[in-house]
Design a protein around this ligand. Sequence first.
Ligand code: 5CA
Length: 443
Amino acid sequence: MRLSRYFLPVLKENPAEAQIVSHRLMLRAGMIKQSAAGIYSWLPLGLKVLKNIETIVHEEQAKAGHLAMLMPTIQSADLWRESGRYDDYGEEMLRIKDRHGRDMLFTPTAEELITDIFRGHVTSYKDMPLTVYQIQWKFRDERRPRFGVMRGREFYMKDGYNFDLTKEDAMHAYNRHLVSYLRTYERMGLQAIPMRADSGPIGGDDTHEFLVLAETGESEVFYDSAVTDLTFGDRDINYDDKAQCQSIMEEFTTKYARTDETHDEALFAEVPQERRKVARGIEVGQIFYFGTKYSEAMGATVQDADGKQVPVHMGSHGIGVSRLVGAIIEASHDDKGIIWPEGVTPFHCGIVNLKQGDAEADAACEDLYRQLTKAGLEPLYDDRNERAGGKFATMDLIGLPWRLTVGPRGLKNGVVELTCRKTGDSEELTPEAAIAKVIAQYM
Ligand code: 5CA
């Protein structure tokens, strides 16, 4: 992409309404624009990051054997009356009437709709286990939408649902989600710690939230600092292996880590004092096992091996896809702007032409652009007729991990400059060596 043809409405000034750094930087970098309280348009740069996050979620869900589908945002109230949640959900639910006066709503989550689909199609234990998910817009009329995409009213969420014959199978689904989520967040450059939590309006006793530690996080958390030493890394996972998934679940959830809703002072006191931490965190996902709560209420039963009709065991599993954009920025920025982890960056590499219009500099930039593109990468070439300082400031603000700087002086010596956004380190390399190094970062 050439910046001269892109839509990147960066702001020079800090927007007054933004209280936390991710909100400020998303507005300044021209990623989002508010259209109403807690409701945003995603401008081209923001949408790219959102889609990259979405892709990682899809890839990791596919590995776990979960099936992608898509359900509507507008749902009929009838299903929600069956489960009893139409009244329970309260003011957070956006209720709508259609032209015939029928009660509709904008989906805040989709347990009812997926249970209805399941009961309409699955009648035998032979068709199970089944885990499906979607990535779809949700609406919750939050009392205090704030912090930009962190607590929106309209937000993009991955919601997955498992249907199993027994509690044991459903707990395997729970563990599979836990494992796949650990991998998902790590690919985004985040450490998200599973913490025992409260299930709220979704229901059930078994639930973990995934929290990214950050001062600006909305949740108060209590944990044994030893949990922060755990990393998932490059493990070989067989998602059909119940014992392996269970042991990873235990590895990551045995040490004390809880949100304030489930915090237990007496248990916490058993953690060695120097490892007892109280901090804040951003909730980027949550997994639930709620047994037969919805299947019993809505008559989702199957025939088991003995020919008996039994209600299915279910769980649901969410990832805050749009919230993650903010969470990643909270975890990775400096005073100049965003620092994208390579896994989610909107462009792989920036190219800054120090002297636009100089025949040699222009040709060298075009060549870098062509070669990076040919290698399957997406560079962002700042080809505008602007001062170098302004170009650097924009690149730093939008946070691409690598920047190639090209100017007549360097070219005389046969070199361009390659700069790492995270460390600020620069080195002079031949254009070929610089390109090879950038490509190697994404292999
Ligand atoms: N049905 C279940 C799992 S699919 C569910 O709705 N879970 S949830 O309520 O925990 O939401 C899943 C994730 O969506 C949360 O962990 C959080 O990261 C994100 N989320 C929830 N509310 C908002 C909001 N108002 N703005 C942005 N993200 C949100």
